[in-house]
Design a protein around this ligand. Structure first.
Ligand code: ADP
Ligand code: ADP
Length: 229
């Protein structure tokens, strides 16, 4: 059973302008896939539909075989973890930023949970520990460090599906590669959907979906797509 299915999805933000023109795609459970395509192709729209910020005008979206129209927001949020491009951190400790939403947990407990979720490699690359204050009053983190905290914050909830919406696109390619490598190491069985625009960053994906003007232009492995041109 696929982790995510788009079945002939038609969607537009405005009634007279269709953005997704009957989009169909299947993301196998446990796979690492990338959705690429030019700006405006509809990549982020896919993320917004998955979270039900909007619903399609036609077609169906399934998560783990279930039509998301019949799934509660709470279950949806447990199933899907998202990391956006510009994660906003709280002016608080790294630990609190990671543990936000884990009610009443102490820092030691959070750190244990993070390590339990195999986040060690992500956290060890941060300059200071969990108790470090970040933001306006504290340590100013680099873009890459900020995204590491944001990824850890999402992974600590252990969502079966991880959605990276241009999560590393604003970083230099070296930092991006570094983060993606640690991410690979900590999320083996997790379905990972990476929305990106640089083809170089998703070379290892099991499948790449190329979106163009709301249609699936091509799909396949990186090698297969390169052979085709
Ligand atoms: P991508 O992520 O591939 O850059 P998006 O999914 O963000 O593309 O946008 C696809 C299209 O939908 C674009 O033409 C964009 O202008 C339009 N669009 C995005 N958000 C809205 C919105 N809230 N209202 C109207 N049009 C929108
Ligand atoms: P701005 O661009 O005005 O700093 P952001 O949207 O980037 O605003 O940040 C929103 C919040 O995240 C602010 O409260 C800010 O303190 C915090 N923040 C921003 N950048 C960092 C950073 N590099 N490290 C830690 N916290 C940050």
């Amino acid at each position: 059973r696929p982790a995510v299915t788009f079945d002939n999805v038609v969607f537009g933000y405005e009634p007279d302008r269709t953005i997704l023109h009957g989009l169909s795609l299947e993301i196998p459970a446990g796979s690492k896939v990338a959705i690429v395509g030019p700006s405006g192709a509809g990549k982020s729209t896919i993320a917004r539909l998955l979270f039900r910020f909007y619903d399609p005008q036609a077609g169906r979206i399934l998560i783990d075989g279930q039509d998301i129209l019949g799934v509660t927001q709470i279950s949806l949020r447990k199933a899907l973890g998202i990391v956006p491009q510009d994660s906003v951190l709280f002016n608080d400790t790294i630990g609190y930023n990671i543990a936000y939403g884990r009610d009443g947990a102490g820092l030691a407990e959070i750190e244990a949970a993070a390590r339990g979720a195999a986040l060690g490699p992500l956290i060890e690359r941060l300059p200071q520990g969990f108790e470090t204050e970040v933001g306006e009053r504290g340590l100013k983190l680099s873009g890459g460090e900020k995204q590491r905290v944001a990824i850890a914050r999402t992974l600590v909830k252990n969502p079966p599906i991880l959605l990276l919406d241009e999560a590393t696109s604003a970083l230099d390619t070296r930092t991006e590669q570094d983060i993606l490598a640690t991410l690979n190491a900590v999320s083996q069985d997790r379905t990972t959907i990476s929305i990106a625009h640089r083809l170089s960053t998703i070379a290892d994906a099991d499948a790449i979906f190329v979106l163009d003007q709301g249609r699936l232009a091509e799909s396949g492995t990186h090698a297969a797509l390169l052979r085709r041109d």
